[in-house]
Design a protein around this ligand. Structure first.
Ligand code: GDP
Ligand code: K
Length: 275
């Protein structure tokens, strides 16, 4: 029997716990992440010839090291290297949910994108998940965890994703930022980091404290100075924070994906948009 190790990620309230229970039948081993009081849940299921071990990661919106939850999630992906990372997106808020997806794909993980809560958008938004799969190059499943719908598709998608081995997502950040990324990557050529070099460069441009610390500890303090200098130059020239600009490009990418793979059927009511 082969083992597939999967990690569950998602924004808070995306339905991650409900999915976890639907997958594992609620049999979980509950403990803490090392050194912190954040709960760690692990469960198993058997599917076809496989044993799938699920680790529930803390609910997060991003993957920086600014919060303990995000650090746990990111470190797990980088260090434990699960075979598949499941990103659970909330169908009623795809734009925001897919931000996390983008980060996980930039990290380079094998991903299954689960769009959950599809019962909430029935008759309002049509999601063409096959088209989305073609664009994102990862399996995309639609679930309504609360109704236990789509869970079988989900399990099949995990098997499929475990064999994919996709390269990290590369968003085009425009000439100026790309040039900076290139320069930073070059300066870090001789450094072995657990993150891929492009993600490391992006993290530095975003001022990620953990990555800065690591780079400094490895004797690359000059790169930190270089990034600081270039970032302020960028801000002087373009009147915008480089970090904001990076985020903007990510949302631009997500919007283009959504434009090509979803259709609004009627205008969504206020309550849904604001939730
Ligand atoms: P978590 O914070 O991501 O673990 O989210 P939970 O699993 O606790 O779910 C948050 C809320 O959404 C709960 O009230 C769930 O019952 C509900 N929920 C989860 N999945 C679905 C779904 O597919 N459809 C609907 N309508 N509600 C859901
Ligand atoms: K919860």
């Amino acid at each position: 029997r082969k083992t597939i190790r999967v990690a569950l990620m998602g924004n808070p309230n995306s339905g991650k716990s409900t999915i976890f229970n639907a997958l594992t039948g609620g049999h979980a081993h509950v403990g803490n992440w090392p050194g912190v009081t954040v709960e760690k849940k692990e469960g198993k299921l058997r599917f076809k010839d496989y044993e799938i071990i699920c680790t529930d990661l803390p609910g997060t919106y991003s993957l920086t090291s600014f919060s303990i939850d995000e650090r746990i999630a990111r470190d797990f992906i980088i260090k434990e290297k699960p075979d598949v990372v499941i990103v659970i997106a909330d169908a009623t808020n795809l734009l925001r949910s897919l931000y996390l997806f983008v980060l996980v794909r930039e990290l380079g993980a094998n991903v299954v994108l689960d769009i959950n809560m599809v019962d909430m958008i029935e008759g309002k938004i049509d999601i063409n998940n096959k088209q989305m799969e073609n664009l994102l190059k990862v399996p995309v499943v639609l679930t309504s965890a609360i109704k236990n719908e789509g869970i079988e598709d989900f399990k099949n998608a995990i098997l499929k994703a475990s064999t994919l081995g996709e390269t990290p997502l590369r968003i085009d950040y425009g000439e100026d930022i790309e040039e900076l990324i290139f320069e930073v990557e070059n300066k870090l050529k001789s450094l072995a980091t657990p993150l891929n070099r492009r993600f490391t460069a992006l993290s530095l441009l975003q001022g990620d404290p953990q990555v800065i610390e690591e780079i400094k500890n490895n004797g690359f303090g000059d790169v930190i100075d270089f990034v600081a200098y270039k970032s302020s130059e960028f801000e002087r020239n373009f009147k915008v924070d480089i970090e904001e600009k990076i985020i903007e490009y990510r949302y631009g990418y997500i919007e283009s994906i959504l434009k090509q793979s979803t259709k609004k059927l009627v205008s969504i009511d206020e309550r849904l948009t604001l939730s």
